[in-house]
Design a binder for this molecule. Structure first.
Ligand code: BMA
Length: 322
């Protein structure tokens, strides 16, 4: 037996999975929805009144998206889904003409409100929009905060000095993750590249974009991002990790060289868009240290994977310093 065969037989032929799929995935599909829809995907996730609240992107058969909430005690089953769109595109906001997509939710203790940062699909392209809510029934829109082409945005839950910070992904020469600052949540400046797409044959060579809201840990802000590689049969969306300095999120302390989660199961590989895993939210159970990550699979349904925060931190701390 050669070295390769020995490794195979000893079971060393697979990478250790940090995020483990829920065995009964997908957890939510169009069939579960109380009204007719094409697909449900890319949900934001947060804790609300002690329950897991998902704000899912829901696409109708025109191709336009709106957001609808689903709430569950255990974050796994018995979802209670709103009977009609929770947040529909607002006719008074022309930037939402072609729908609203891919929300990320951050609870902001200073404001006692949840900030929802989402993609508004304007006739001139995608923009980053923000809305505030206290109850997930009434939404106060701040409008478009970044011009086209910009999406994949999320906000930190507190100020640094007197400045709020927003992570977003404009399309420039490349498609890199940027970080911008504001004193009032409306006017943003001091733009800097945070995480670049690595080009060439890298798994995140073509595009990168943030996934879930930043998660504060004792080691720093844990960031999950998607990376896209162009292949002969289309784009492949996979996930990587980064760790940002707790007091100065412009400093990237570590970044994974390898992807940590990618399309593997049939529901991730086949659907309206093949080979996509696309989380927009996660929740941490502080008692058990377990993270529940919610993701859109193949732009068609919603799936769940869980990880131990300690294992994730051990892993990211072992990754290179960029
Ligand atoms: C991105 C976004 C996501 C989508 C992904 C794969 O650009 O539009 O909503 O899940 O493409 O199609």
């Amino acid at each position: 037996m050669n070295h390769f065969e020995t490794r195979l037989r000893a079971g060393h032929n697979t990478y250790k999975e940090l995020f483990r799929r829920y065995p009964f995935n997908p957890i939510l599909t169009a069939k579960d929805w109380p009204y007719p829809v094409n697909v449900v995907l890319n949900p934001a996730a947060t804790m609300f009144n002690g329950k897991v609240l998902l704000l899912a992107r829901v696409e109708d058969r025109r191709g336009f998206s709106h957001l609808t909430k689903a709430v569950s005690d255990d974050g796994v089953s018995n979802w209670i889904i709103d009977k009609s769109p929770t947040m529909a595109p607002d006719p008074d906001h022309p930037e939402e003409a072609w729908g609203i997509e891919d929300p990320r939710i951050t609870y902001i203790p200073e404001l006692k409100k949840y900030a929802i940062v989402y993609t508004a699909y304007s006739k001139s392209g995608a923009v980053v929009s923000m809305a505030m809510t206290e109850d997930f029934e009434h939404f106060e829109r701040l409008g478009a905060i970044m011009p086209p082409e910009d999406k994949d945005a999320t906000i930190f839950p507190r100020r640094f000095g007197n400045r709020w910070m927003l992570i977003h992904r404009p399309i420039e020469r490349g498609a890199n993750i940027w970080i911008s600052c504001s004193e009032n949540l409306r006017y943003w400046g001091d733009h800097n590249i945070l995480i670049n797409s690595r080009g060439g044959s890298w798994w995140d060579g073509w595009k990168v974009g943030v996934c879930a809201q930043p998660l504060e840990t004792p080691e720093g802000w844990l960031l999950m991002y998607h990376g896209v590689r162009q292949t002969a049969s289309g784009a492949v969306y996979r996930l990587g990790l980064a760790l940002l300095d707790r007091d100065d999120p412009l400093k990237v302390l570590h970044r994974s060289d390898e992807w940590i989660f990618g399309p593997q199961e049939v529901y991730e590989k086949e659907g309206d868009v093949q080979d996509v895993v696309f989380p927009c939210g996660w929740v941490l159970d502080k008692e058990t240290g377990k993270i529940k990550m919610y993701y859109g699979a193949a732009d068609t349904c919603i799936a769940l994977a869980t990880a131990s925060l300690d294992e994730v931190l051990d892993y990211i701390l072992s990754c290179p310093v960029p």
